[in-house]
Write a protein that binds this ligand. Structure first.
Ligand code: SIN
Length: 509
């Protein structure tokens, strides 16, 4: 072996969860390599997170109740206990004391309220909270003597040795910085997946491009358990355009109202909490009213929009949206609640493999995630997993990595893009906000064929585009299969063939 690198802990991904894992492992004295596809902070979903980070204030039990209620009976109380138990200390230690995140508030914090929260408990910086966390986090790690950061580096596959994960093949050499099409093996005592979400599987998403479910796919291909994949959350209020931007739930928290094309406020007909109902309820209601009347707008006239949400007012202006007449909104893919199954310290079902953040299924979200809990979950599980991973063992000696072949000519430009279009079409049409058994069967057929095609190309080629496509096809299939196997609607998995009546107003949401 000539070009192998070894490290105690290899973290794949650089959002809040990956950063949390790297920080905790480095604090334990482990050597850490963070390898990330991101070329800039904005390539991670964390940087896009608007609303904020939920805290417990002095009432952890009420946050726990809200999370369990949003999860629609599917959340794991033990995981929720872990989250709320660590929340205050993690936020104070890392975000406030270590990174000095300038949360809004003059004398003490200005806690915001968002949908399905029974109290104002969300720390935020304008409506650009993730951006104000991630920049300082990356700078802090960059300066840490135990941490090396490698940007624009995708993991192509995990390396396994008799069921134990011993590292990953990267498409960039950590020593030289050179691109390495056939993969450079990095051997690690523990590997932490923190690769984020799956937004690129849908035409419209609030995630950055490149959210292709890499960690979930690599873990599944290595034999790890993936659960709750059917619970794909759609955010109710993204700008209604092929290239959407998120209009934070915090705007409804401050009093904005949803109106259909006839100008009627409709949410009170769907849920007693109206605009502050759980996200899945609002998303389906917005879709139904948009179908019935042609358009839904978010009326921001009840608040001082430009003052309270300057970043969003700017996004509107950039896109030529006159927010004074209401912002046209439609649901769009936002978050995968399921993923690689992990325990309360982020361990997967494979030895020495951890998963944190959106690619992990901790059990906190159940069938539907409560607003502003993703940054918190990423931070808490990142810290727990990083500390555990560091204690699990140090860098192993290099062994024989799998051989990736790159012997055939490159595929034509646009090959992966065309297949991605096919994949997104099937996910949108058959594995979206409302699903039927027949549609899910159809989706599985198309995705299976697509995966077969991609696998045959990937046997002799290793471009990043092709591997991302393979990952997206694997994850799309896992989602469609899980959705097909679950005939019961819960949270964001809505089987319209099971309970069509639930769609109608006054149907007891
Ligand atoms: C939002 O600001 O509406 C998104 C926050 C979240 O997804 O938790």
């Amino acid at each position: 072996m000539t070009d192998a690198t070894t490290t105690d802990v290899l973290v794949l991904g650089s959002g809040i969860a990956g950063c949390g894992a790297a920080l905790a492992a480095a604090r334990e004295g482990a050597s850490v390599l963070v390898a990330t596809k991101a070329q800039q902070p904005a390539d991670a979903s964390t940087d896009w997170a608007q609303g904020g980070i939920a805290t417990t204030r002095d009432d952890p039990e009420s946050l726990k109740r809200d999370i369990l209620a949003a999860g629609d009976g599917e959340a794991d109380p033990e995981a929720v206990d872990a989250l709320v138990g660590d929340a205050a200390a993690a936020v104070e230690d890392v975000l406030v004391d270590t990174l000095g995140v300038p949360f809004d508030g003059e004398e003490g914090f200005d806690y915001a309220r968002e949908a399905a929260h029974s109290a104002a408990r969300i720390l935020h910086v304008d409506a650009a909270t993730g951006h104000h966390i991630l920049g300082p986090f990356l700078r802090h790690l960059d300066a840490h003597e135990n941490v090396d950061m490698l940007e624009d580096a995708a993991a192509l596959d995990l390396i396994t040795d008799e069921g134990t994960v011993t590292g990953a093949l990267l498409d960039r050499n950590p020593r030289t910085g050179d691109r390495a099409e056939t993969g450079v093996p990095v051997f690690a005592g523990s590997t932490v997946l923190a690769t984020g979400g799956i937004g690129d599987l849908y035409r419209r998403s609030t995630n950055p491009r490149g959210s292709t479910g890499d960690g979930v796919a690599m873990a599944a291909l290595a034999g790890a358990d993936v659960t709750d994949a059917e619970y794909v959350q759609f955010h109710p209020t993204a700008y209604d355009d092929a290239d959407p931007f998120l209009v934070s739930e915090a705007v409804r928290g401050e009093g904005a109202l949803l109106r259909n094309a006839d100008g009627e406020r409709f949410m009170p007909d769907y849920h007693e909490d109206a605009e502050l109902a759980p996200r899945d309820v609002v998303a389906r209601a917005v879709a139904a009213e948009r179908d019935a009347t042609g358009e839904v707008r978010l009326d921001v006239s009840p608040l001082a929009f430009a003052e309270e949400f300057p970043g969003l007012a700017e996004s509107c202006a950039d896109r030529g949206v006159d927010w004074e007449t209401g912002i046209p909104v439609a649901p769009c893919e936002h978050f995968l609640c399921g993923g690689v199954a992990v325990d309360t310290v982020g361990r997967t079902s494979l030895d020495r493999l951890f998963a944190v953040g959106e690619c992990a299924r901790t059990g906190v979200h159940g069938a539907n995630r409560l607003a502003s809990t993703s940054l918190l979950e990423g931070l808490v599980w990142g810290l727990r997993a990083g500390e555990t991973a560091a204690g699990d063992g140090r860098a192993p000696a290099p062994s024989e990595p799998p051989e990736l072949r790159d012997r055939d000519p490159d595929l034509p430009d646009g090959f992966a893009a065309e297949k991605f279009r096919r994949l997104r079409r099937v996910m949108d049409e058959h594995v979206g906000l409302r699903r039927t058994g027949a549609d899910l069967q159809r989706a599985q057929g198309v995705l299976r064929r697509l995966k077969g095609e991609v696998d045959s190309y990937a046997r002799t080629r290793t471009s990043r585009d092709l591997y991302q496509l393979r990952n997206a096809a694997v994850v799309g299939l896992l989602i469609a299969r899980a959705a097909g196997e679950n005939p019961e609607s819960a949270g964001c998995h809505h089987r319209s063939d099971e309970a069509a009546a639930e769609e109608a107003p006054d149907a007891g949401h």
